[in-house]
Design a protein around this ligand. Sequence first.
Ligand code: SIN
Length: 500
Amino acid sequence: MVGAGVAGLVTALALAPRPVRLVLRGRLGGDGSTLWAQGGIAAAVGGGDDPALHAEDTERAGAGLCDRAIVRLVTASAPEAIVRLAAWGVPFDRTSAGGWALGLEGGHRRRRIVHAHGDATGRAILEALVEQARRTPSILCEEDARLVGLVRDEAGIAGVHVRRGDGHTEYLPARRVVLATGGIGGLFPATTNPPSALGDGLVFAARAGARLRDLEFVQFHPTALDVAERPLPLISEAVRGAGAVLVDEDGRRFLAGRGRAELEPRDVVTRAVWAWRRAGHRIFLDARRAPGEDFPRLFPWIHEVCLRHGLDPRCTPIPVRPAAHYHMGGVAVDGCGRSDVPGLWAVGEVAATGLHGANRLASNSLLEAVVFGLRAAEDLARDSPRPAPPSRAQTPPPDEEDALGRLVPIVGESLGVERDAEGLRRGWGAVHALGAGTVASRAGTLALLLMIAAYRRRESRGAHTRTDFPLVASPLGRSSFVTLELLRQGLDGDGHTPEA
Ligand code: SIN
């Protein structure tokens, strides 16, 4: 198992007492995107709600690209997933009558966001799972061990290379590997993700021969705090669910009259905020009326972050901007988290299951991580053994030079909220101009794969907005799949690299 966010930990815990070696780049509980998740976890557990409604909302947000069977499976499993997490000790917030306290977020027609400590759901889930993992003798935790390569042979996955904190690289033979390495937000200048979220797992999977799916779909959150920090603090969508509205510098509510306004799905709100910002306006989230004086009680963590920046949301509108937040794309997997490569599973944000389609419904990501963690564990438990992997030492992979300082602005320019063919060609050329080392590096490879996927989707759908192709090509979309082979073919399939 590589990665110890909610997806990795759930998989490892559900496999107990079967032995699991858990490899993670930092300290257990100290890193990864789960920690930053605020809003909560979506489940149809409230009065008047139903998993079928949750499924409809998920599909509507996904803009014609969701896998219906997966959507039904995950939304139907959601209530049980909450019970399972609560049994592992997650202190979900309750009403005075003892039921789940439920929040509301964009795209949901019912209150169905189960949360913990108000706006610190990710942290609360992670702390409970870490506590369980520490008490589970079958989980062997290897901290400070970064994945630097997957090894495969004719039978499939054969092992992993990990680099220890002291720089030493070790080969660990394994016929079964689960990637739970998280997303790609660290590739973008304005991001809510930790800088370590660079999509390493995606590239290693592709190098091992796995297909990657829907890479062009990057979700930008409309309300990151607009301050000079990286990552940008998130102002949860649940704040809008509690009544806050988006306004400009003149107090104009520029989303008023558009459907459910601030509670439209995330891609819709982000595009509106982006367009208004591009037109020269500043954007604020005004929470003074609602949730008003309740802000610190409902959102203690966000309140504290705002105060640290000299803003009290009870009396001052909060400056916000869009920022890269979540990747719908990932390693293509089936309903049990299996990739195309024998012995390789992927769970959590690194995977593309078909649940999110072109635009994830808010708070469906922790849900997917839990449901697929449980399903992958069941599948691994059933999996029949293959011939033992070679135990002899393999040649360790060379160090990779990522030139992130120069790459990140290029990614932000060409793969932002709005894209077009010219910008993508420029980005493609600019990455190549950084030098062969960068093109072969993990982050450089991933940037090019995203560009090719974005270039080839000649339509606007969900989170992928092409200003040169503003319409949806057909109501029912088709997923895109890429492999490393596409990089050799080039943007136009002719192997040509345009000038930067
Ligand atoms: C938020 O709280 O706005 C983020 C939740 C999510 O990304 O699902």
